[in-house]
Every structure is written in C-alpha cells, then in structure tokens.
Unconditional design. Structure first.
Length: 84
C-alpha cells in the first residue's frame, strides 16, 4: 500500500455546501483531493496536447500529402481485407 504525505491547507468554500456535506457525512477533504487530482490530470493533458500540437499538425500534413501508410489493409466492413 502506498502512503502519501498529507499537508494541511486552507480552502474557502460555500458555507451552505459545507453544512450539507457535514449533514450527509461527506468527507470534504477526500472530495477536494479527488477533484484536485482530476484538475491536475486535465491540465497535464491540455499541456501535453499543446506541447505536441506541432507534431500532430506535421503528421496530419504528411498523411494529407502521402495518404495513410496502412490504407491498403484498413477497410470498412465488406472491403477486400475485411475478415469476419
């Protein structure tokens, strides 16, 4: 089992939401941590896509000029290379 180091922080949240969470026995820290990890992953994905946008554009351009290198074996249902 992996353990992580925890650190206290201060977060300002809507009072009614906190009251409702307490009534419903929702662990606010766990929810906040899960949401933070989700936001981090989404930001990393956006950053990766931005960092690699030129490579994606170059690949798309190459495919436009030369066609797909596997076009002869890629076929829709019923095509010559389709296997049931």
């Amino acid at each position: 089992m992996l353990t992580s180091t925890k650190r206290k922080t201060s977060v300002t949240l809507d009072a009614a939401a906190l009251d409702s969470a307490k009534e419903l026995e929702i662990n606010v820290s766990a929810v906040a941590e899960a949401a933070l990890f989700k936001a981090i992953n989404e930001a990393r994905q956006r950053q990766w896509l931005a960092d690699n946008a030129d490579a994606f554009a170059a690949q798309a351009d190459w495919h436009t000029r030369h066609g797909h290198p596997l076009a002869e074996i890629i076929a829709a249902h019923g095509g010559p290379s389709w296997r049931d």
